[in-house]
Design a protein around this ligand. Structure first.
Ligand code: AMP
Ligand code: GLY
Length: 420
């Protein structure tokens, strides 16, 4: 079977890396891909928003499975178009992807179905939202309704900060039409965890849990980014908690989507805070998380393509998914200045001393001549596994000095709370 992976991040490099190990696969394409996918797959240079050309190309190549990585093409209906063209696709329909592409849709369906989430309200009027904030306790969370590349959420400690975020979303239109509506929520307190699950529209199987780090600097300082590191499993989140989240949140939302006519097929990412009243949903994503995927897939022992096909065929109930008990830690290396301005085109060097089973999953990295240069803010994710988190963490950090480019930056505290 020939597989096409859509996207160009470290998540997609990790997907290509795992798919390349499937016995069912004899050809892999990445679109548009990056320097990392290019080493394992054929990169196809079509822009992600040119969906008609992508579908046509997939048809010409005889693709037997298309895997959609990022949220924007899912929200634009790429899966529906693959389906119309008769090409099996892994990724939810446009209607199902609303769980991510509209935070107000996600809140409404959770409330209708008694799924625990933060208390809050949705507004289409700037003035009403402004007035609402005045009466609320602090901190308070202000979110653009639509897709905002992970940057549409502000956890405001002061009323001024909350009003500033609201103004930027609804008046300055910092995220365009994603700011037509705004969601304002109470701030949940507790430990945060990402639980991804496969869903075939009816049946669900959870993956192993993971944690990610969104702020750019150690100690969760500085602005939010697309993710600076991750690890799996979090020590505080045991098997019983996974069961609780599956029963209280994931199964009910999958059932509600089916009942309301938009069955959810693909990966459902649930961002959760373990509050004193139990787990509550922060957000849903309609896809694999980045950088969670880079630490989850190295722990997956089963054939990912087999799982994806069983999701598409609605046969997930027949699957057994096996996971390694190893721990995995992942550290993102970014360009200096990210998430603000940064340079690109800087050569990346990898020393021969890099340990063999350390993975480098590339993101903003492009081939130039015989070498690789930076081409984005988040340049690569380095992951390592070990029998314990301590071992995994030590391994990843002792290899970081072997990967280098001018101005590179990474956090030194990924998974530190697990080993201290
Ligand atoms: P999102 O873009 O929806 O992933 O949100 C980004 C981050 O904001 C989350 O990972 C949380 O750390 C934080 N966040 C979002 N909603 C809330 C909330 N209601 N309470 C506390 N933190 C939140
Ligand atoms: N790690 C958060 C996300 O993928 O949106």
């Amino acid at each position: 079977m020939k597989v096409l992976v859509i996207g160009n991040g470290a998540r997609e490099h990790a997907l290509v890396w795992k798919i390349a190990r499937s016995l069912l696969v004899d050809g892999i394409y990445a679109l548009p891909g990056n320097a990392g996918t290019g080493a394992l797959a054929n990169n196809i240079d079509i822009p992600l928003d040119d969906i008609p050309s992508i579908i046509k190309k997939a048809g010409q190549l005889g693709i037997g499975l298309a895997v959609v990585g990022p949220e924007a093409p899912l929200a634009a209906g790429m899966s529906d178009l693959f389906n119309q063209a008769g090409i099996p696709v892994f990724g939810p329909s446009k209607a199902a992807a609303r769980l991510e592409s509209s935070k107000s849709f996600a809140r409404d369906i959770m409330q209708r179905n008694n799924i625990p989430c933060a208390a809050g309200s949705t507004f289409t009027s700037y003035n009403e939202a402004k007035k609402y904030i005045e009466g609320q306790a602090l901190p308070i969370v202000v979110k653009a309704d639509g897709l905002a590349a992970g940057k549409g959420v502000t956890v405001a400690k002061t009323a001024e900060e909350a009003q500033g975020a609201l103004h930027s979303i609804m008046v300055d239109r910092a995220f365009g039409t994603a700011g037509d509506r705004v969601v304002i929520e109470e701030c949940l307190l507790g430990k945060e965890v990402s639980l991804l699950a496969f869903s075939d529209g009816v049946n669900v199987i959870p993956m192993v849990p993971a944690c990610d780090y969104k702020r750019v600097f150690d100690g969760d300082q500085g602005p939010n980014t697309g993710g600076m590191g991750s690890y799996s499993p979090p020590g505080f989140f045991d098997q019983a908690m996974t069961g609780q989240v599956v029963d209280m949140i994931i199964k009910p939302i999958v059932a509600a989507m089916a009942k309301e006519g938009s069955p959810y097929k693909g990966v459902l990412y649930t961002g959760i805070i373990m509050t004193q009243q139990g787990p509550k949903v922060l957000e849903f994503n309609a896809r694999f998380g980045d950088p969670e995927t880079q630490v989850i897939l190295p722990r997956l022992e089963s054939d990912l393509v087999e799982i994806m096909l069983s999701v598409i065929e609605g046969k997930l109930d027949r699957m057994k998914i096996a996971w390694s008990s190893d721990a995995c830690a992942g550290v993102v290396m970014s360009s200096g200045g990210y998430p603000g301005d940064y340079r690109t085109g800087t050569p990346i060097t990898i020393s021969d001393s890099l340990e063999k089973d350390v993975n480098i999953f590339y993101a903003g990295a492009a081939k130039r001549g015989d070498g690789i240069v930076t081409s984005g803010g988040r340049v690569l994710t380095v992951t390592a596994t070990g029998r314990s988190m301590k071992e995994a963490r030590e391994k990843v950090y002792r290899n970081m000095p072997y990967i280098n480019f001018e101005g590179c930056h990474f956090r030194r505290d990924i998974a530190a709370r697990e080993v201290n």
